[in-house]
Design a protein around this ligand. Structure first.
Ligand SMILES: [Zn+2]
Length: 141
């Protein structure tokens, strides 16, 4: 199974910052993720005017979902100079929501650090909702 260095290399390998049109560019950030089946999927960011673009992680996840997988063992995003970037809040939430396993996803961070998605999303609303529903149901009984 791929190690962190391999994922970082694959993420950097897809970066290629380029102008697509007067209002869109792509490839300034690349992402690579390792799935439960041991496959690696990659993606690049697409940046557009009017906020229609999306992150490299989002792109890699789309490809993974297309191929029928949703469990992410590890993920990393890298800019075109090879610097590791933490995922934005939307991507953290996206990773969390697509598979219950993904609260355990290893997120590779700058400085050789690694954190799980659950560590990057403390006090998550879904956990709060479940806890609230359990409390409400127990008070009814
Ligand atoms: Zn993002």
């Amino acid at each position: 199974m791929a190690d962190d260095a391999e994922l970082i290399k694959r993420a950097h390998g897809v970066t290629h910052d380029r102008q697509l049109s007067p209002s869109a560019e792509a490839g300034g950030v690349g992402a690579a993720l390792l799935t439960g089946n041991g496959k690696i999927y990659t993606g690049v960011c697409i940046d557009t005017a009017c906020s229609m673009g999306y992150c490299a992680e989002h792109n890699a996840i789309g490809t993974m979902i297309t191929e029928g997988e949703s469990k992410i063992i590890a993920i990393v995003a890298v800019d075109d100079e090879g610097r590791i970037l933490p995922p934005c809040g939307r991507c953290r939430e996206f990773i969390y929501q697509i598979d219950p396993y993904n609260s355990n996803t290893r997120v590779i961070l700058p400085g050789g650090r690694v954190k799980s998605i659950s560590e990057l999303l403390p006090e998550h609303w879904r956990e709060d909702k479940t806890a609230r529903e359990l409390a409400e149901n127990s008070s009814k009984g």
